[in-house]
Write a protein that binds this ligand. Sequence first.
Ligand code: SF4
Ligand code: SF4
Length: 732
Amino acid sequence: MGSVQIVTTILAAAITAVAVWLAVRAVMKMTAVIRLGQPAPERFGDKGARTRKMLVETAGHTRMLKWSVVGAAHWFVMVGFIVLSLLVLEAYFEVVTPGGGLPIIGHWTIFGLATEWIGILGLAGILVLMGIRLRNRPTRPGGRSRFTGSTMWQGYFVEWVVLLVLIFGFVIRGFKVATDHFEYPVWATPLSHAVGAALPAWTAGVSVAALIKIAISMTWLIVISLNVTMGVAWHRFLAFPNIFFKREPEKAAGSGLGALRPMMSGGKPLDFEEADPEKDQFGVAQVEQFTWKGLLDFSTCTECGRCQSQCPAWNTGKPLSPKLLVLSLRDHAYAKAPYLLAGGGKDLTGEEKATAAQLAHVDVLALAEAEKPLIGTAGEGGVIDPDVLWSCTTCGACVEQCPVDIEHVDHIVDMRRYQVLIESSFPSEAGVMLRNLENKGNPWGAPQNTREDWTKGLGFEVPRVGEVDDFEYLFWVGCAGAFEDRAKKTTRAVATLLNEAGVSFAILGEGETCSGDPARRIGNEFVFQMLAQQNVETLNEAFEGREKSKRKIVATCPHCFNTLGNEYGQLGGEFEVVHHTQLLAHLVAAGKLTPVQPVDGGVTYHDPCYLGRHNRVFAAPREVLGDSIQGELTEMPRNSERSFCCGAGGARMWMEEKIGKRINVDRVEEAMATGAKTIAVGCPFCSTMLNDGVNGKGAGEQVEVVDVASVLLRSVKPDAPAGEKETESVAG
Ligand code: SF4
Ligand code: SF4
């Protein structure tokens, strides 16, 4: 060992010792913070499916590749990081001796070949990612950026470290080539040989370059260890457990879509018949009341801003960004942690749990952080502003896009639950809806005995369950379908088509009550459970003696469709639920409905969030429309998985939209820009919102908003009486 190697070895060992010590401390701190969360025993089931999903999503980059260029570049950087970590290890041999290398595999040509090409592709990948970050920097003139609010220096730092580590990997190899210490052939390692041809034959260069590479890598480790909230770096490690512990690993798409996570206390679903607010946790009022998985979610956020770029609230000027919400919760959790780890915290009655002696040595900043209300205005020092909390439509675009499977909607609704159930604090206009649900069983407060009024004048009998011996489908009409004028036309169109196709169906009539979706999404789990239990009982009675595959329900409202199909199981109701567009597509394909007259003028389709993103029904409505117009749909730029919300979900239908541009207007402008004369929808709330948007723009003469069923009916029965068509509803 020469003098240069003695110095490089000592320096490499010193910086590595410091970095490893800091990293161990950081990992222990993060683990302690995450363990502050509430139990979530359900996250440990089905380890096989969890492992499979984690491997598919990480190795296959299935979620990242939805954005193909970024996804591909990130894949090479990720693989580069994992495989080239071996080359960082190899650098420790190279600081000791210029000819050093990894034992055994370091002598294999295949190792040289693989690391060479992964290094080259990693270089290309990181340059692409750097270019994308620069092109989307928040400070660029004009336009909104998905990186707005992200900690930009951290992103640049991580990218430069990756770039420099890769470059120095080739410099080390270059010096080895130049000094005849390199054993891989030119065909396997062309770039290394090219670099070597340009470098002098300086033997010590290998050890010096190896030291620089180690120093850069360890500086990275030191910086991230001193910044435990640096998700852009830590996600390299945390993404694996975060994906492994996702809510429903067997699901093809986002685990936090479809059913909401039930309201939990102490790791068990809360039963309102026995719940006690002084003993049980009602939603989330303190950051430590999220589960440990919630705290892991917050720690894992990469600050990539994909969620933000798709959020309808953020894109229309509301203060909500799912990314900023997650970052606020993360920063608050870590800032409050010293107080919590010292034994601090409030019990469920609001009393301090720690003694003065326990808190005596806690940092004043942590004590001040602990005093912040989780939900509160800036003036109150709140972590999350109420306007942020109530702007969410629960559309799920954030969950759909998040590459590390963060479950934003569950977290938002958990915070709403406490605000509604304990604080009675929510937008006042939604109070009418909740009172109507409690007293009348529907959000509009319409008399229950008018639930069947839509059947009048149909020209055929619509039987009630109990009046017919047998029926194949129970037609779940929904509150909108029964009471709202425009939606009633859809209900009539569906009934007419089912009758035409010879499908035997029956309704519950006055036995039906609201599915409970708006109550659950606003956070009133009590009202949801009350309505849901009543419906589950009614439906179980209606299907008595039938196995699950014969307990078929067809629903026109995607919110009912989602609640009945995905959430009633939590309360003992197992049914086979289809959306009407799925059943209609099946009937057309089976030849039981025959579109005869093409609907002209061009049709575009707006995917309802709870049908599309939350339940992956993208094809059926498009098939029905394609058959009806006997041609191609005109798609909007934001469609299918990336569809843009109408603004009504998450009980926003019953709240005023006072901030920013109206979401429905934004969507209508996009739909009208396609030039289509018909905007087809598959949801009564989308219908209302988009109709309002069209009428608000004074465009009622140019464009019409109608349900997919009505479009089909026009094609199947061009002479159907006016009452069965939805066209008139805009005026009516
Ligand atoms: S669910 Fe939709 S509205 Fe709510 S934060 Fe996510 S993207 Fe935004
Ligand atoms: S998409 Fe996920 S990782 Fe990216 S900023 Fe949003 S929450 Fe964070």
